[in-house]
Design a protein around this ligand. Structure first.
Ligand SMILES: O=C(O)c1cc(=O)[nH]c(=O)n1[C@@H]1O[C@H](COP(=O)(O)O)[C@@H](O)[C@H]1O
Length: 269
């Protein structure tokens, strides 16, 4: 998907909501465990109930890898279902990959070619040659971890190296990489006060912003400092939406939570 198509969808739906499909078999309605593929059954119900309210879905691959081959098959079914039925929706494989060049190429093939995701999250720690292989894929997007939502972000990311905070170096340096127009960045919603500075460095890039809902980030704060002329934000909520209830009405309850966020977004656009 091109960035222009993503922007058009945001404007059409008045939503920049990304729903995180972080499926934990202990948290889903237990009657779904009788299904052949409970993870896919859960995702399909959530997608069917919420696709008109969001512009992106983000399965975090850990929640699939934890269930072995069955989990990976559920991930594959989920992305195929999305691509077939909702090609207008932006898909994010939240895999946080990144390795020496030839290995990164294989990661990129796995998520962009084999599975057919529009984007993948990548860690910047190994530098340019670990990220550039992801950037060579046309109309695919690499979402680089910049300033993450967790407490550990203060261990390295905000530390000053050569007179500048590490997360700012990630932003500045990555802009010089080949095909850097295919980069987006992760900034946690819990770090909203950093967004004005971040926008000075990358005014036009899309930001994936996780951490509203369960982690306590504030949507209005994020928009105040992070929104640009194309909106430029994908705000993710996972647990706050998909586990709104765990009875027969779980999909409807998830849709209600998604609607709440979408309505707040519509006011801010
Ligand atoms: O890359 C991410 O998506 C991510 C980066 C970050 O800084 N913080 C963060 O929470 N995430 C992911 O975003 C999701 C947040 O989930 P909830 O806290 O349940 O909304 C999880 O899949 C996290 O792995």
């Amino acid at each position: 998907m091109t960035t222009e198509q993503l922007i058009a969808e945001i404007k059409k739906k008045k939503s920049f909501l990304c729903i995180g499909l972080d499926v934990d078999l202990n948290k889903i309605p237990q009657y779904l465990l009788k299904e052949d593929d409970p993870i896919f059954a859960f995702n399909k119900a959530i997608i069917d109930a919420t696709h008109h309210l969001c512009v992106a879905y983000k399965p975090n691959t850990a929640f699939y890898e934890a269930y072995g081959i069955k989990g990976w098959q559920a991930l594959e079914k989920t992305i195929k279902y999305l691509n077939k039925n909702h090609p207008e929706i932006f898909t994010i494989a939240d895999a946080k990959r990144g390795d020496i060049g030839n290995t990164s190429t294989m990661y990129a093939k796995a998520f962009f070619e084999d599975l057919g995701f529009d984007s993948v999250t990548v860690a910047p720690y190994m530098g340019k040659d670990s990220v550039e292989p992801f950037l060579t894929f046309e109309d695919k997007h690499t979402i680089l971890l910049a300033l993450t939502s967790n407490q550990g972000a203060f261990d390295f990311q905000t530390k000053t190296v050569d007179g500048i905070e590490l997360y700012k170096q990630v932003l500045k340096t990555s802009k010089s990489w080949q095909n850097s127009e295919n980069l987006m960045y992760v900034v946690g919603a819990t770090k909203a006060e950093y967004l004005a500075d971040i926008r000075q460095i990358i005014p036009n890039s899309f930001l994936l912003v996780p951490g509203v809902g369960a982690q306590g980030g504030n949507l209005q704060e994020v928009c105040k400092y992070g929104m640009n002329k194309n909106i430029g934000l994908l705000i993710n909520s996972s647990r706050g939406i998909i586990y709104a209830s765990n009875d027969n009405n779980f999909a409807k309850a998830a849709a209600n939570k998604a609607l709440e966020l979408q309505q707040q977004m519509a006011e801010l656009i």
